[in-house]
Write a protein that binds this ligand. Sequence first.
Ligand SMILES: Cc1cc2nc3c(=O)[nH]c(=O)nc-3n(C[C@H](O)[C@H](O)[C@H](O)COP(=O)(O)OP(=O)(O)OC[C@H]3O[C@@H](n4cnc5c(N)ncnc54)[C@H](O)[C@@H]3O)c2cc1C
Length: 424
Amino acid sequence: MSKKILVWFRNDLRLHDNEMLVEAIAKSDSILPVYILDRRSFGETKYGTLKTGNIRAQFILESVLGLRNALKQIGGNLLIAEGNPEDIIPQLVQEYEITEVYHHREVAREETHISTLVENALWKLRINLKHFIGHTLYNKEDLPFPIKDIPDAFNQFKKKIERDSIIKPCFAAPDRINVAEVIDWGTLSSLEDLNLLPQQKDQRADFEFTGGEAEGLVHLQKVILAMQQAATTKNLILVSKLSAWLAMGSLSPRKVYWEIKKMESVPNTKAMFNHILLGLLWRDYFRFMFKKYGNTFFSPDGFGSQGLVDVANEQENFNKWRNAQTGFAVVDAVMTELNQTGFISNIARQTAALYLINNLEVSWVLGAAYFEEKLIDYNPASNWGNWANVAGVGNDQKSKSVFDLDKNIKNLDPKGNYSITWAS
Ligand SMILES: Cc1cc2nc3c(=O)[nH]c(=O)nc-3n(C[C@H](O)[C@H](O)[C@H](O)COP(=O)(O)OP(=O)(O)OC[C@H]3O[C@@H](n4cnc5c(N)ncnc54)[C@H](O)[C@@H]3O)c2cc1C
């Protein structure tokens, strides 16, 4: 019997640096690349927010179609289905006589729960679900400590990992692929099918995110060009806007790292290199912390207690905040930018979060749930991990004292014109 591997794509929508795909091609006669649009990811949360708002939904759809195009260019295609992976994957296994299923391991509870359901369903068919690791800069296996011993303090984590671990080279993108014979490769739902409306462009938005690996790679080259230019202009770019493609897995963090590292010999680029690398380390850190502590990050008390919550006015204050009607100009400008574009800088995110938690005394989980709906670059570990940290209920209790709303506002809006420029 020929060996056929089903490659289940989730938040890893790329050909480059994709060990799962490389191994599937090497170990099979043909593969069946599959993406499943799971409606549960578009439902409502218990906080009355959407799990995925229109801006990220649009980006996801573009990213999936981007992957299909990329696979077609190397002689393949992507089977697109809609429903529950735990129902669809076993059906496909039987229909196409699949011998093994590959996927990338996730860390947050809903995603890992779905993996478990798929694994259990496949188990009944005596088919193995093989897990790969491909979302982080550093591989779990290469860490100088087991997950349970990863330092809780970010600075210690950074110091140890940089001293004792390695960043692996990228896997090359395949240039040829042999896929199973499929009569109907399926079509992808539209935004309207998901009951979502397209976002109208705001004039103040000077950047457009388009999903897909090709677009992510082009954007990465623009970041590198900006680094080159900054070497002479001394104009540091501290907002790379790489996060949306990283979140969809259309760019791998290793690809970003090795590309920006090529700039090492260019004078004056060190500060930007260090800035992006620091961000990638924070990203890894939260992912590993999720692996270590799991669901604790989703609980209002986290690893401590937020302190004051104005229970009586919580919903009203939350609504003012999310509708950009707090009356506090910078916060309202930041929330308008988030609502219109799906993206705000790190300092703007901290500002909005600090104001919600400390000034409006709203539970941080409502803010995190709202960012989950709105952010184009949402990923569970980065979002809930950062929110827990800002609320002072993260696992690194030392980080609590780092945040200062007044200082943030001075940095974010030194000229008092943020609501007009959105430039941070
Ligand atoms: C309340 C709050 C919620 C957040 N939610 C998310 C989220 O859902 N998804 C997300 O990707 N980031 C999140 N962040 C982290 C950070 O704000 C964004 O990653 C960053 O602003 C993206 O912009 P950039 O690509 O220009 O980042 P750069 O500053 O250019 O950094 C390069 C990359 O490093 C990573 N990164 C940078 N800072 C952080 C950080 N503090 N934590 C984790 N990763 C980081 C991102 O992948 C980013 O693309 C959140 C931060 C806060 C304070």
